[in-house]
Design a protein around this ligand. Sequence first.
Ligand SMILES: N[C@@H](CCC(=O)N[C@@H](CS)C(=O)NCC(=O)O)C(=O)O
Length: 223
Amino acid sequence: MSLDLYYCSTIPGCRAVLMVGEALGLTFNLHPLDVHNKEHLRQEFIEVNPLKTVPLLKHEGLVLFESHVICTYLINKFGKDDSLYPKDPASRAKVDQILYFDSGTLYKNLINCLDPKHPKCAYIKARESLSVINRQLGQTPYAAGDQITVADFALVATISTAEAVQPDLSRHPNIVTWLRKCKSVIPGYELHNEPGVQQFAKLYHSKKQKDGSEVNDKNKSGV
Ligand SMILES: N[C@@H](CCC(=O)N[C@@H](CS)C(=O)NCC(=O)O)C(=O)O
């Protein structure tokens, strides 16, 4: 039964799913949708996902949206062991904590900084969110402990995107060290993450040129 993945490379959650798939040795039946050209608003996609968001996975009659849920489902279903998503309740809670934080707080706070009309507090919130991760990475080599987990896959997709738009992460030295390490150890990073990150940065800069906005306009000190 095929794993149908609807995705757009510029979107961090889509890239996290692709990297998890690579780590598990999975082959997806890929359905690229360019959300920047509104391909996700086509009727045939809306019928599958009325939320109109990517990524979306279809597998054996199961339809899943939300990238973090897709990632953990794939690991639960196809992982040879539980190293990427530990079964031990305390270890799993640590992983879930980062996944929920990435989805509900970090990603949202970083995205808000890209809005040309963002309030000044957007930078403060984004910086605070990154500081939470930086502090954690000062205590453990990976986001949820001593081992690489799905939490690192999700975070790396989000934070590498932020880095492409604003390369100076020097306020968060533990993130800089961790990011460099993840880029070399996460399977398929170069193939599945880097091109989408670069494409996102290109789109961001061309939009910025068009509307005259700049990520640092209101606060030159950045995130
Ligand atoms: N929390 C969701 C976010 C999914 C999501 O909102 N994707 C956005 C891009 S960030 C999307 O598909 N946007 C198209 C739209 O809403 O029109 C996840 O991690 O999968």
